[in-house]
Design a protein around this ligand. Structure first.
Ligand SMILES: [Zn+2]
Length: 219
């Protein structure tokens, strides 16, 4: 997961309380979420939904509350439904959602699982870990099993972009210029706007040389 900075200004269409996912809402969410699903971090997914973080259950205040609307892919939305309603909030500036849950990427393209670990024992972090585990590792239905495999393969492809830079950085023949270029590219990969940034950041955090060099950029 990645933190999102939500502007105070509410999209105009919400005041009429007719649609909660009109174009102005969608466009604002797409911008602040960097076109990424807030749960799986897939960028520009095929199907995107405007979701209620706190399930509205018919409550119109919650239904049209700008602060309750999130950008999510349809697969994650379908897994979350109203079953997971006590999650850590990526829009809360006091909550570092990236540090709350450790994500480790798959070791191979068709790895059966990825590792998502809660880093504290509070109820919200535990429930978020449970949801993310279902999103990345779900085997409940044939359809979800296939799409989970597809998702893990996409994470692996992004992880490979990082490995290219790590290999270049640690190459015995790397010059200072090569190292700097690799570091600059790693900065792109760990930016909140990049796909699967939590997986990439945790790989770097776990590296005793790269972690201290790049940790300060993991906002
Ligand atoms: Zn998703």
């Amino acid at each position: 997961m990645f933190n999102v900075v939500r502007p105070d200004e509410t999209p105009a269409s919400l005041q009429y309380r007719k649609k909660y996912d009109d174009k102005d809402v969608y466009d604002s969410l797409e911008k602040i979420f960097f076109s990424k699903c807030y749960l799986c971090e897939t960028k520009e997914p095929h199907d995107i939904n405007v979701e209620h973080f706190d399930a509205h259950m018919g409550n119109l205040d919650k239904k049209f509350d700008w602060n309750n609307l999130y950008f999510v892919c349809s697969r994650c939305n379908n897994i979350k439904l109203s079953k997971y309603n006590n999650l850590i909030d990526c829009c809360d500036p006091k909550q570092d959602v990236f540090k709350a849950i450790k994500h480790l990427p798959p070791a191979t393209p068709y790895a059966k699982k990825v590792c998502v670990t809660a880093m504290s024992h509070d109820a919200k972090t535990a429930e978020t870990q449970e949801l993310l585990d279902a999103i990345f590792n779900s085997e409940h239905t044939v359809n979800k099993k296939i799409s989970g495999s597809f998702l893990r393969k996409k994470v692996f492809e992004q992880y490979n972009l990082l490995l290219d830079q790590i290999n270049a950085y640690y190459s015995p023949v790397a010059t200072e210029a090569d190292k700097n270029q690799s570091l600059e590219r790693m900065k792109v990969l760990i930016h909140r706007s990049s796909p699967y940034s939590a997986f990439i950041r945790w790989c770097i955090l776990e590296d005793e040389k790269l972690g201290p060099l790049l940790q300060h950029l993991m906002d």
